[in-house]
Design a protein around this ligand. Sequence first.
Ligand code: GRF
Length: 202
Amino acid sequence: KRLVVLVSGSGTNLQALLDEIERTGAERYGARIVAVGADRDGIEGLARAGRAGLPTFVCRGKDFGSREEWDAALTEAVRAHEPDLVVSAGFMKIVGKEFLARFGGRFVNTHPALLPSFPGAHGARDALAYGVKVTGCTVHFVDDGVDTGPIIAQGVVEVRDEDDESALHERIKEVERRLLVEVVGRLARNGYRIEGRKVVIQ
Ligand code: GRF
């Protein structure tokens, strides 16, 4: 299976996928990354892709006159690589109708909280501020809401009294990277069905 991975930052989830595919081989893993896209330049995620010899593309919001034009450009940039599965690994933009029309049902996101708790751009920070004792991460299919699509898998992470946002987010990311690698491989190898809010991996 062909994966396109979308990033906006450090790209450690991308790196976890790259390392696993390197370790097990694309055949056994069931997928290989064919391109990496971002919504901004100069991020470590793109540098990681470059070091792995992967094609990259950038679709910056400010280069387009409207969200719809940006969405259309992103859709075309991803389509050009003919992915079977698109993975948002820290991609901090909300895709639009055209992207979902083309990739809905094969577009996966990872979020650093136990959805439906703490959706949005600051999952770890919001969980800490709320005072939950456990939080975690969620891998889900992207639908037309924000962090609201059908959940595929979740991992639980304890919150410690001494945690600040970065310590907690880093502890979440340790679980998140393993969960994403495991889920993407299973989706790619086994195939899956989405039945309402239920995801069935064969
Ligand atoms: C991940 O925790 C992701 O869930 C969140 O931002 C982080 C991205 O980390 N949206 P990285 O860029 O993969 O290191």
